[in-house]
Design a protein around this ligand. Structure first.
Ligand code: YRO
Length: 307
């Protein structure tokens, strides 16, 4: 049987497949469900300093091939997520905290609190406002450099970054330059494609309520953008890459690993299918590899051929 285990950022993962920050990972009960599933890690919802209800509903809408959301960071506040890793210990898998403070000071306070927790790693969400009137951190390279510098100085945990999608090769170069200089423990790409608009033609209205209907696009719609981001960063930087965006089958996972991903996270498809998805994608990937004669991920990771 194929060995899908991964060692990355000082952690041991029994497989390369686990949940993405966002869907069904807000409460301890939801996190226990992920713990009991075949997800190789437990990723927690992005947290802020204060608890948040998030935006008004409907704020998530499932589509034929994905989803749109404008959740608005509903979460219990970082103090709860600092406690959860020790409560999730019995599952014997890495617990990853997603940190999404609303400004640098908040991020520093949250990261300091996680230093004294049993969390395995931090994923710093750069799709976040930092200074009002400026783009999200991931789209403002001066801010990104500053936030990464400070966050990495504070955190004693393996800390990676969750990146928004990039679409311009110059932006990959700028982002790569910062990542090479600041050296996070890993890079997760991509977050949802921002500010899409899905319209219900019968109702003549958007399908979600917040922000006039604008929200992050996820799922199969964004797979090819996600693959491109994984591949570009694999070509440009030497650090583990976690692929996320549109993975719902073993073949999808295979494509991401071929592009260079060390592991993959599942967001929309977990939201839609529930916790059985982790085992299904695992078994499908193992079968796909067996058919190809591969026994471990290193046999094909990054080895995308020319067309
Ligand atoms: O709305 C969210 O909580 C959300 N949705 C996403 O697809 N990606 C995210 O990173 C977040 C949290 C961060 C933010 C978009 C609300 C600033």
């Amino acid at each position: 049987m194929a060995d899908l285990s991964v060692k990355m950022a000082g952690m041991d993962f029994r497989s390369c497949i686990f949940n993405a920050a966002g869907p069904k990972d807000v409460t301890l009960k939801e996190l226990e469900t992920i713990g009991a599933s075949r997800s190789a890690a437990i990723t927690m919802k992005s947290c802020t300093k204060e608890p948040r209800q998030g935006n008004e509903e409907p704020r998530y809408y499932a589509l034929d091939m994905g989803s749109i959301n404008s959740m608005g960071l509903p979460n219990l506040g970082y103090k709860e997520y600092v406690k959860f890793p020790s409560l999730l210990k019995s599952f014997g898998k890495p617990v990853i905290a997603s940190v999404s403070g609303l400004c640098l000071e908040d991020n520093i306070q949250i990261l300091e609190a996680f230093n004294d927790s049993e969390v395995s790693a931090i994923e710093l969400n750069l799709s976040c406002p930092n200074i009002k009137g400026k783009p999200q951190i991931g789209y403002d390279f001066a801010q990104m450099d500053e936030v990464l510098k400070e966050a990495l100085r504070i955190s004693k945990k393996p800390m990676g970054v969750k990146l928004p999608p990039y679409f311009d090769f110059i932006h990959f170069e700028e982002a790569s330059g910062i990542l090479k200089r600041r050296k996070p423990a890993f890079v997760s790409c991509i977050n949802s494609i921002g500010n899409a608009l899905v319209i219900d033609a019968e109702k003549e209205a958007p399908v979600i309520k917040p922000k006039g209907g604008f929200g992050g696009l996820g799922g199969a719609y964004i797979k090819y953008t996600a693959l491109a981001n994984v591949r570009k960063f694999y070509e440009m930087i030497e650090m583990p890459i976690i692929g996320v965006g549109g993975i719902s089958s073993g073949k999808d996972a295979f494509e991401f690993i071929l592009a260079g991903a060390s592991a993959v996270q599942i967001g929309t498809a977990f939201m839609e299918e529930g916790p059985m998805i982790f085992g299904r994608v695992h078994d499908e990937l193992a079968s796909f590899m067996a058919r190809k004669g591969y026994t471990r991920l290193d046999d094909f990771r990054g080895r995308l051929k020319q067309a």
